[in-house]
Design a protein. Sequence first.
Length: 372
Amino acid sequence: MAGLSTLILLLCAAKDVMPSSSHWKPTWPSYRVPVILPRSTLNLDKPQFDAEARLEVVSPCGPECHKSSPLPTYEEVKNYLSYETLYANGSLTETEVGIYILSNSGGGSQGKSRTKRQIYGYDSRFSIFGKDFLLNYPFSTSVKLSTGCTGTLVAEKHVLTAAHCIHDGKSYVKGAQKLRVGFLKPKLKDGSKGANITNSAMPEKMKFQWIRVKRTHVPKGWIKGNANDIGMDYDYALLELKKPHKRKFMKIGVSPPARHLPGGRIHFSGYDNDRPGNLVYRFCDVKDETYDLLYQQCDAQPGASGSGVYVRMWKRQNHKWERKIIGIFSGHQWVDMNGTPQDFNVAVRITPLKYAQICYWIKGNYLDCREG
């Protein structure tokens, strides 16, 4: 069946692309990215915006559970990658997509302790202070959503975040229609230049400049699913701002296998709720992975959800080091492993299919989305 064979090709295009040669530098691999294009768009009824914003997603389905799940069929993948678009005026559309391959075109009772368990031993997070850091790359790419989550600048007018920050899987959250994105900036009225980084009043010396969101894309895989099954794999969303933000942004990239990451480590910055007004940076080792998810124990608190997970690797074509976002921090998973509770923090990997989808949302032209 042509549909099934195409699915197999899609999965093969996403698997184990090794960096060429034994060069000592951790190098961005080349991927053959499929093409995802809109096929039809349907107007939907205006949503109610009655869901409560959740700043984390909790799921009992861990790595082995996800690994044992059957592969989706070609039709299921198309349904998961179809998407809803919410506009600032409250209107809503659903877009069905097609997936294409172009040849030779280039490269339970534990609930009370879940939040506390997001810090693993010694708290290894770093609060970032001062305009010399906050206004410079890569920290300047982190922004705050008015619903309480974090996002990352991925284009002149686009922000990548977690789907659960604006949709609970059944309904859009309160505030999603008037969603805003906040850019952290220092207050310099006192002329102090923010030199005293140990000052406990430092959060009061910061402010957010807000930009309204024009429209939001959420994949149907999240809306149709939930955190216990396929939904966790599609916990991502793209926001388009009403005007350019004028900051340097970070490109998205296809997530390499964990063993190809520099030191097996990932990085991300977010606005954790326990440090209000602070941008918090952290890095940690990846503990496990599935096709769609990265499991790690980076210290994090609610509010960091939606942060862009990134790594820095060598870009062979441009002969330079380059950071790319390879995932979106989703939140916490509490897993019952043979009767023994174990917990992870989870990031959604940007697979070739997700890269093609997100890139098309940004560019509007699949020809600009051929290399991940």
